[in-house]
Design a protein around this ligand. Structure first.
Ligand SMILES: NC(=O)c1ccc[n+]([C@@H]2O[C@H](COP(=O)([O-])OP(=O)(O)OC[C@H]3O[C@@H](n4cnc5c(N)ncnc54)[C@H](OP(=O)(O)O)[C@@H]3O)[C@@H](O)[C@H]2O)c1
Length: 321
C-alpha cells in the first residue's frame, strides 16, 4: 500500500512549533562519539527533525553528564551564525548529581536555587542564551511545586526559557502542579511510552510510564505528551535486542503480530509503525527517538512523515487495548 506523506510535520508545545519527532541525544559524546553525533545532528537539521532533546545529566553513567549538551553546543557554534535559530531545544534539570556524587540518590533537585544554577550550567555548555523548553527531569517531593513553578516562571519572564514542562510525573503530582498558581504552567509532559504496554506493577523508578489517567489529565489541560524510549532500544526490529522482560506479557505476541501485519502492509518496519502510530493515535504522543547513526535519523523522519490510514490505526488500537 502506498502511504500519503504528511506536510503538517509541525506540532506544538505551547507557543513553540516543534517537529513531529524529537531527536534523543542521551548518548551523544559518550556511547555515540562526538563526530558521529554531529553527523546525526546535521542530518536532523537537514531533514527538518529540529526538536532536540537533551538533559543536564546525559550521560553521567558513561561519563560526567556534560557530554550531550556540550556536543549540541559544539554544533551550534560550528554550523554558522543561524544554526541555533533553526533548532527547538529542550533540556532538563533536577536529576544532575550534586558535586562529589554521581548517582540519582544525590541529585541537585528542583529548589529555586538549584534550578537557577543548573540552567546557568546548561546554557554555558550549550553555548546559547535560552532554552526553548525546560523540563523538570524527575519529581522532587522535597520542594514545594510552588517554588519550582515559581522559578520556572521567573526564567520565562527573564527570557532564558520559552516554555516549561515536566518529565516523570505521576498523575497525582501532575494534578497538583496544575492546581498550583503560577504565571506559566507546564506545556509538555515527557513520560516513557511505546506501543507495547508495560507489565502492570513493573518498577521503573525514577522513570514514569505514561498511563491512561495522566493521558486524560494532560489532554484536557492542553499539555503536549512526549514519549521516550519508543523503540525499546531497537527491540521491535532487531534480533540482537531482545524484548525487555517488563514488556513481555501474555498479550505481547498478539500485539507484535498486529504491528508486523501493519508494517508489511505499508512497507515500513515495525519500529517505524510505532513512531507513526504515536503521532496519529487518538491522543498523540510525540516520540523522542534515540539515534546513534545518521540513517536512524532518516528512518525516524520517514516514519513520522507517513500517514497511516484510519483503519490501520484502529487495528493497532484494538490489538493494544
Ligand atoms: N525523560 C527521561 O527520563 C528520559 C529517559 C530516557 C530517555 N529520554 C530521552 O529519550 C531519548 C530516547 O530514549 P532511548 O534511547 O531509550 O529510546 P529508543 O528510541 O527506544 O532507543 C534508541 C536506540 O534504538 C536503536 N535504534 C534507533 N533507530 C533505530 C532503527 N531505525 N532501527 C533499529 N534500531 C534503532 C538505537 O540503538 P543503537 O544505538 O544501539 O543502534 C538507539 O540508540 C533519549 O535520547 C533521551 O533524549 C528521556
Amino acid at each position: 500500500m502506498d502511504l500519503t506523506t504528511t506536510s503538517s510535520t509541525t506540532h506544538h508545545v505551547g507557543a513553540l512549533a516543534v517537529s513531529a519527532v524529537a531527536v534523543g541525544t542521551m548518548h551523544f559524546g559518550t556511547a555515540v562519539d562526538a563526530q558521529t553525533a554531529m553527523s546525526c545532528l546535521d542530518v536532523a537539521a537537514e531533514v527538518g527533525a529540529t526538536f532536540w532533546d537533551t538533559a543536564n545529566n546525559y550521560a553521567l553513567w558513561s561519563g560526567v553528564g556534560d557530554e550531550s549538551e556540550t556536543v549540541i553546543g559544539d554544533w551550534f557554534t560550528s554550523r554558522g551564525p543561524y544554526a541555533r535559530d533553526r533548532i527547538t531545544l529542550a533540556s532538563k534539570v533536577g536529576a544532575r548529581p550534586r558535586p562529589g556524587h554521581s548517582d540519582l540518590d544525590h541529585v541537585q533537585g528542583l529548589s529555586a536555587r538549584a534550578v537557577r544554577d543548573q540552567v546557568t550550567g546548561s546554557l554555558q555548555r550549550l553555548r546559547t542564551d535560552h532554552l526553548d523548553l525546560l523540563y523538570a527531569h524527575i519529581d522532587d517531593p522535597t520542594v514545594a511545586l510552588a517554588e519550582t513553578l515559581g522559578v520556572f516562571d521567573e526564567l520565562v519572564q527573564e527570557g532564558l526559557v520559552r516554555e516549561i514542562g515536566a518529565s516523570n510525573l505521576t498523575a497525582d503530582r501532575l494534578k497538583e502542579a496544575l492546581r498550583t498558581p503560577s504565571g506559566h504552567r507546564y506545556r509538555a509532559l515527557q513520560q516513557r511510552f511505546t506501543y507495547l504496554p508495560i507489565r502492570p506493577g513493573a518498577d521503573t523508578a525514577p522513570q514514569v510510564v505514561l498511563d491512561l489517567e495522566t493521558e486524560r489529565i494532560a489532554s484536557s489541560a492542553e499539555i503536549t505528551l512526549v514519549g521516550y524510549s519508543p523503540l525499546l532500544s531497537g527491540a521491535y526490529t532487531r534480533t540482537d535486542r531482545p524484548l525487555p522482560a517488563d514488556y513481555s506479557t501474555q498479550d505481547s505476541r498478539q500485539r507484535l503480530d498486529a504491528l508486523r501485519s501493519v508494517a508489511d502492509e505499508v512497507g515500513l518496519d515495525p519500529g517505524q509503525v510505532v513512531l507513526a502510530w504515536m503521532n496519529q493515535r487518538p491522543t498523540p504522543v510525540l516520540p523522542i527517538v534515540g539515534v546513534s547513526r545518521p540513517e536512524q535519523v532518516r528512518s525516524a523522519w520517514h516514519a513520522v512523515t507517513q500517514v497511516l490510514p484510519d483503519h490501520l490505526i484502529a487495528r493497532l488500537q484494538a490489538a493494544r487495548a
